[in-house]
Ligand binder design. Structure first.
Ligand SMILES: Cc1ncc(COP(=O)(O)O)c(C=O)c1O
Length: 399
């Protein structure tokens, strides 16, 4: 029997990264493909101690059904952190705990996007957002980002002409490009969203991972009561906990609660309890400080190796935090066509294509530096540099 699938599935791309991760299980391959936090930085003993304490104090209660909004004390903790770090006031009622911020993307898309609605994303943009939103069949308008953030002139043109419902962005150490919005771009983005009544969706899983420069206000600081924010414990504690959150105004929150109930009743309560206990018993600031230092060293190792081993024609970003560098290959050199030769040379990366809604055969690629050790990064970049040089030598790059 031929299964009759919903038409919406035609427009949903498979996660390219998951596909690449499948072929990088070969231990000889150095992978810059995943967006994986460094395993050595996961506080496993501290989480183990927190779990022991939770089982001892709560027993079976830690394993009972719980509320859709999430564990109250964890939501309260998130509010305190917003106030302390960003000066943003939130009450636990404004926060809902999700199964990673990826679920926040799915739930928000569900309550907002009808087929053919206009949605603005960054170019390049987070592929997981493109995938989550695609299920609801919007029409995407992608607006270029450069070293200072989204191009606000183009953003205004798109807002004016297309009247989109929302603009989704990652202003801190963006995935995939590693770029960070300047304060002026943040302010202007907020002004434009207000002027054209576009909901700003600010996804910030990397904001705490700054190893250079000064912290910036959130776009939300300039939006006042408007706008939605996503947060995540994946990059600051552990991704396997699958804990994220959404911070949204009341009318949006009410609807998100409803679709969350329909999706999974509530986020894993045991994970919420253990994480809260971990946060109570340990200094998250001290842990984040360690992460910042280590990722800074990794980024530096990758940048030095790129400088040494990549041909001069390759341009690349210089992130001040987060986990990614974005490289622009010589014109006409398809990053997609480079995957096979690179794997042959025992190195993996993610080509630019899945981060665009309107570009094919891109000459761009994303390189992750958080996962591999600095000496391994150097060796991997050396290999990748050779692959690029060989392809240029074969005349693969067009003039
Ligand atoms: C920009 C961005 N948003 C959301 C996510 C999803 O993260 P999680 O579901 O683990 O919180 C990621 C994961 O890498 C990401 O890069």
């Amino acid at each position: 029997m031929k299964t009759k699938f919903a038409s919406r599935m035609k427009s949903v791309p498979r996660s390219f990264i998951r596909e690449i991760l499948k072929v990088t299980t070969d231990p000889e391959i150095i992978s810059f493909a995943g967006g994986l936090p460094n395993l050595q930085m996961i506080p496993v003993r501290e989480l183990e101690a927190a779990a022991d304490k939770v089982f001892e104090s709560d027993g079976t209660r830690a394993l009972q059904y719980s509320t859709t909004e999430g564990y109250y004390h964890l939501r309260e903790w998130i509010c305190k952190r917003y106030l302390e770090k960003k000066g943003i006031k939130a009450s636990p009622d404004d926060i809902l705990i999700t199964t990673g911020s990826q679920q926040a993307l799915d739930l928000l898309s569900k309550v907002l996007i009808d087929k053919d609605d206009r949605v603005v994303i960054e170019k390049p943009g987070y592929l997981g957002a493109i995938q989550a939103m695609s299920v609801f069949q919007p029409k995407f308008n992608a607006v270029e980002v450069d070293e200072t953030g989204v191009d606000t002139d183009k953003l205004e043109k798109v807002f004016k002409a297309k009247k989109p419902k929302l603009f989704y962005a990652v202003p801190n150490f963006q995935n995939p490009s590693g770029i960070t919005y300047s304060d002026a771009v943040r302010k202007k983005t907020a002004v434009l969203c207000k002027k054209y009544s576009v909901l700003f969706v600010e996804d910030d899983p990397y904001g705490e991972l700054r190893f250079e420069g000064n912290d910036m206000p959130a776009v939300k600081n300039y939006l006042g009561k408007d706008g939605v924010m996503f947060g995540s414990f994946s990059k600051i504690v552990a991704p396997g906990l699958r804990l994220g959150w959404v911070f949204a105004p009341k009318d949006i929150m009410e609807r998100i609660v409803t679709v969350k109930q329909a999706a999974d009743l509530h986020t894993n309560f045991l994970a919420q309890r253990i994480t809260y206990q971990y946060l109570l018993d340990n200094s998250i600031d001290a842990h984040i400080e360690k992460l910042r230092k280590v990722y800074g060293v990794h980024a530096k190792a990758m940048l030095s190796a790129i400088e040494k081993y990549f041909p001069q024609e390759v341009a690349y970003t210089r992130p001040q935090g987060g986990m990614f560098i974005w490289a622009n290959l010589p014109k006409g050199l398809s990053a997609m066509d480079m995957i096979k030769p690179a794997l042959k040379d025992k190195v993996a990366f993610v080509p630019g294509d899945p981060f665009y809604t309107d570009v094919k055969d891109a000459n761009t690629m994303r390189l992750n530096y958080s996962n591999a050790a600095p000496d391994v990064i150097t060796e991997g970049i050396k290999r990748l540099g050779n692959t690029i040089k060989k392809l240029i030598g074969k005349g693969c790059a067009k003039k």
